[in-house]
Design a binder for this molecule. Structure first.
Ligand code: URA
Length: 212
């Protein structure tokens, strides 16, 4: 498994505003969108391409375009939905699937409550959107679900990650032959006893959409 922790002053600046408890929901949503576009730039570095011939106003040349089949972007509901717009800006032609996962706040176990995905994901580059990689439970369940549908190239984009979560995902898929990459805006210090990332930003879903 590859883990890429971004190192860019613009990302660090936006993350700092995002973490601040005084940042309101509209600003939080806009920052998440901007951050995802920046993280997605890194996450799509190995997106599959094909050579194409084009004619410019001056001459003929060869360029590259994204190869078919198009990638599939999978936001994990509900907080991952806040990342979709930022990703779609970068790859507007990607297909979008949805995976609804909820974690039990006592056991911290994740379970699937909804999904809308193509039946066969083989040959597709999958981009999973989940803002907080905390215990790793949600991503582990999501990756198993996607691999069962044939996914064989998965990249997760997370705004923040905890070392415990990265270690758990790494351990779970250590012997998997599916290439897995995690691109994250920051690797925080630890998880607290409630499974929250420290220093973190609190509950990403609540901060995006309010407490419902
Ligand atoms: N989910 C969140 O929204 N925040 C955390 O800190 C951990 C999991």
């Amino acid at each position: 498994m590859k883990v890429h922790v971004t190192d860019h002053p613009l990302i660090a600046h936006k993350l700092t505003v995002l973490r601040d408890e005084r940042t309101d929901s509209p600003t939080f949503r806009r920052l998440v969108e901007e951050l995802v576009t920046l993280l997605a730039y890194e996450a799509t570095r190995n997106v599959r391409t094909r050579p194409v011939s084009i004619t410019t106003p001056v001459t003929q040349t060869t360029g590259i375009k994204m190869a078919d089949p198009r990638p599939v972007v999978v936001p994990i509901l509900r907080a991952g939905l806040g990342m979709l717009e930022g990703m779609s800006k970068l790859i507007p032609t990607a297909e979008v699937g949805f995976l609804g996962m909820v974690r039990d706040e006592k056991t911290l176990q994740a379970s699937t409550y909804a999904n809308r995905l193509p039946d066969d994901l083989s040959g597709r580059h999958i981009f999973v959107l989940d803002p907080m990689l905390a215990t790793g439970g949600t991503l582990i369940s999501a990756f198993h679900y996607l691999i069962n549908l044939g996914a064989n190239d998965i990249t997760a984009i997370c705004i923040l990650s905890a070392p415990e979560g990265i270690a758990a995902v790494e351990k779970e898929f250590a012997s998997s032959n599916v290439p897995i990459t995690i691109v994250t805006g920051a690797l925080d210090e630890k998880l607290n006893e409630h499974g929250y990332i420290v220093p973190g930003l609190g509950d990403a879903g609540d901060r995006l959409y309010g407490v419902v």
